[in-house]
Design a protein around this ligand. Structure first.
Ligand code: HEM
Length: 479
């Protein structure tokens, strides 16, 4: 019998349960400390599982890109997520996932971005107009950005507007996130029908979100029956999609519901969190904020940005990229399980082992990002980022399961942030300390984030500068 050499790592006589509890309590601190003590590869025993974590950029890339086929997403985590996402793109594997990804991809084609950009700016115009236009006002940045991002995803993907009780929806998502996050650290998924108090809340919140998504499907179907076209948005696309490899039938309603639910959830919470952190970074650094506002003024003056402006706002785009480095809304990919023996770096990962890729660790590692605690968009200006090892910065994941909304999110965040700095000077609200980043499915500011917004008048536009070669879609990491 050959002995398999395993990497160093923490030991736990309680079958890994104590380690799981530590991880749940402070996810970021746990992995940072693990890397500090044991290095870029960490191993631990978790119940009957061998569990590896890879934190070197080369290993991150090897696992997510080169050897992606050797892994599936860990079934226990997927079972927790399935209760909300159904059988969507986020959940499925193999041929079903490939077919779904092909069906959804056209909705994320850059060809559609021009129309999306107009809807993003209309939503931002609406959100920021609801803030008092003169004097200073304190806002809950997470809530403001959540409402904005929700409105954007409904306008672009559902061809609709925020009409429902958005505060209630926001609360439902928060409750489900908190329950889901806790269940990720259990050795089994708790079914929603289980007669437990938290499951009661889960059932109620699931019903609310399900009703929201299904009402949009119902309204569109009714409009189509009355002679309207299906529409150019994702909802219209899904309603007219045909199973070309199968019997050519329309997609079942349940599948349309599942895809829309995933796009609604994955498509707004992440960008909202990132926008809130970006607003914080600017509020905390007035000199940087002044440079960003000067860039927006010079390119736009007082007019709303369009898609064509995006490559002309390189500093703004760099602020967004640095936000995703410093405060990655999703700090790691969904845990993987090896479906065969596979070598990552020098280590043999045996079939059945679990693999965590906490990519926020390399994104905060001084070897790749000097002074990692600082907020320095200069890292992403010009050619600077091209020097990075390829797996050092992967806020959208990498490989076949890279975020489908990557380009959309970058466009959305750049435009929304441009419109924010055109209109307001940002500062921490009185009493707002430096927020601690806390993992709650997404990486949120613990205790909330209150900002003081003071209205400003944008300076006049100057002659349009040439688009930056390091513009938005020339992503140095994913091409
Ligand atoms: C700042 C914003 C965003 C961040 C940081 C982010 C991050 C990520 C990451 C890290 C993954 C990969 C997970 C893994 O490999 O396990 C992912 C997947 C995904 N994201 Fe995003 N995302 C963002 C915005 C969006 C938007 C705007 C949409 C849709 C409108 C979206 C839809 C999805 C979907 C559907 C997947 C699953 C793709 C697949 O498995 O094929 N995301 N995202």
């Amino acid at each position: 019998m050959t002995t398999i050499l395993r990497p160093p790592g923490p030991r736990d006589r309680a079958f890994g349960l104590r380690l799981l509890a530590d991880m749940q309590r402070d996810y970021l601190g746990f992995w940072r400390e693990a890397q500090r003590q044991f290095g870029d590869t960490v191993y631990m025993r978790q119940g009957w599982f061998h569990h590896y974590a890879f934190m070197h950029p080369d290993q991150v890339r090897e696992a997510l890109v080169d050897k992606a086929r050797s892994f599936v997403r860990y079934e226990q985590h997927i079972a927790v997520m399935r209760q909300l996402h159904g059988q969507s793109l986020m959940i499925t594997e193999g041929a079903t996932w490939q077919r779904q990804r092909r069906t959804l991809l056209p909705a994320f084609s850059p060809k559609r971005f021009e129309a999306y950009a107009d809807q993003v700016t209309a939503a931002a115009e609406h959100a920021f107009a609801s803030l008092p236009p003169d004097g200073a006002t304190t806002v809950d940045a997470e809530h403001t950005m959540n409402m904005l991002a929700m409105d954007i995803i409904l306008r672009t993907m559902f061809g609709s507007r925020v009409e429902e009780d958005t505060a209630r929806i926001e609360q439902a998502i928060r409750n489900l996130s908190a329950i889901g996050y806790a269940e990720m650290f259990l050795p089994f998924a708790i079914p929603a029908w289980a007669p437990l108090p938290r499951q009661g809340m889960k059932r109620r919140e699931l019903r609310l979100l399900d009703g929201l998504v299904r009402s949009h499907i119902g309204k569109r179907r009714a409009a189509m029956k009355a002679g309207a076209s299906a529409g150019e948005d994702l909802l219209g696309m899904l309603l007219t999609a045909r199973d070309e490899e199968g019997d050519g039938a329309a997609l079942p309603d349940d599948e349309i519901r599942d895809q829309l639910m995933t796009i609604f959830l994955a498509g707004h919470e992440t960008t909202a969190t990132a926008l809130a952190w970006a607003a914080w970074a600017l509020a905390a650094d007035p000199a940087l904020a002044a440079r960003v506002a000067a860039e927006a003024d010079g390119v736009l003056g007082a007019r709303a940005p369009t898609m064509d402006d995006v490559p002309r706002l390189p500093l703004l785009a760099a602020v967004v990229k640095e936000t995703l480095r410093r405060y990655p809304p999703v700090p790691g990919v969904i845990m993987r399980r090896a479906v065969e023996d596979v070598r990552i770096g020098d280590w043999l990962v045996t079939k059945g082992s679990l693999v965590t890729i906490p990519f926020f660790v390399p994104q905060g590692d001084a070897r790749w990002f000097p002074r990692p605690e600082g907020f320095d968009p200069g890292r992403f200006l010009g050619d600077a980022a091209r020097e990075l090892p390829r797996g050092a910065y992967v806020p959208f994941g990498a490989g076949p399961r890279v975020c489908i909304g990557n380009g959309f999110a970058m466009m959305e965040m750049t435009l929304a942030l441009a419109m924010l700095v055109q209109r307001f000077t940002l500062a921490p609200a009185p009493g707002q300390g430096v927020p601690e980043a806390k993992m709650q499915v997404t990486l949120r500011p613990a205790g909330g984030l209150r900002l003081l917004l003071t209205a400003r008048v944008p300076g006049p536009a100057r002659a349009a500068p040439a688009p930056s070669p390091a513009g938005l879609h020339a992503c140095p990491f994913h091409g």
